[in-house]
Design a protein around this ligand. Sequence first.
Ligand SMILES: NC(=O)c1ccc[n+]([C@@H]2O[C@H](COP(=O)([O-])OP(=O)(O)OC[C@H]3O[C@@H](n4cnc5c(N)ncnc54)[C@H](OP(=O)(O)O)[C@@H]3O)[C@@H](O)[C@H]2O)c1
Length: 314
Amino acid sequence: MKAMILTAPGDVENFQLAEIDTPKPQKNEVLVKVKAISVNPVDTKTRAGEAFYGQLKDDGPVIVGWDISGEVAEVGEGVTEFKPGDGVFGMVNFPGSGKAYAEYVAAPVAHLAHKPANISHEEAAAATLAALTAWQVLVHEAKIQSGQRVLIHAAAGGVGHFAVQIAKHFGAYVIGTASVENHDFLRSLDVDETIDYKRQKVEEVVKNVDIVLDSLGVENTLKSLKTLRSGGKIVSILGGANDTVQEEASKHHIEAKNYLVHSSAEDMTQLADLLQRGIIRAHVAFTFPFEDMAKAHQQVESHKTRGKVTVLVQ
Ligand SMILES: NC(=O)c1ccc[n+]([C@@H]2O[C@H](COP(=O)([O-])OP(=O)(O)OC[C@H]3O[C@@H](n4cnc5c(N)ncnc54)[C@H](OP(=O)(O)O)[C@@H]3O)[C@@H](O)[C@H]2O)c1
């Protein structure tokens, strides 16, 4: 099968389209014929030798990627949830080695859901790592409730645009930060308030928030504490809740946590239901052919993508 392998950590020229053995599905795994992949900032960081490169480098040819949508080609021993021909999508083996940049991926059934028939493979692939992160942070970690005030940073991005839609689904009042060029997009997602982070100081204009989702890091996590009410919670997905931030947070009776997404069929199934009912949708800004993985990475590295970047495999 074709796979996009990484010959060495570094820049995008280290990607090489190669012919390698097709994996065999193990017990409780299915072999997925991949149709579309989505690319995340963690993919670009891993390619550069950071993030999960250390885990990938000792696991055969280095293949980056975790987000797939495709069709079941073969089932391993013990699999009853899926059969050949089923459309499936999910974030495979995260954190760990997903090996998603390939024509075929062996994926645990515990990481997959049935793909809704009314959305494309690009949309389904886009609604995996980023959507799971938004879901797990808001639902499991922050325990979002109807009527709460929720501040989503980088609301037009991969994680952010799903977080806005999920928070609205739970009946929250949602405030999103983005550059002004993305405010119409945020309004199309039903956001209640937009903050132009280039012209407004979020810590001065937003108050009395119950939940903050931070995806920008320590400096942003620290200043966002000022937007929270006593008893509120901030969840950073970029390690923003360091010791200093946690100490400052506790002085104001605020909980500050870091969060790392993990693969989950149960959460994917919840997302599949929302996607199927049109309650949430993936905004796919760019789709590249498989050979142009380098361009997909460059787009993600611009840190300016509205929604998601996907790659078509076959
Ligand atoms: N811990 C975890 O489990 C986890 C999971 C997923 C992602 N992450 C991390 O979270 C970060 C975001 O991921 P992502 O996939 O959402 O990224 P992304 O889609 O690449 O984010 C792009 C968006 O960021 C916005 N943006 C850039 N600078 C901003 C700023 N200063 N204030 C507000 N918005 C800003 C841009 O909007 P404008 O063009 O309007 O500026 C753009 O829409 C990455 O570092 C990623 O590695 C962590």
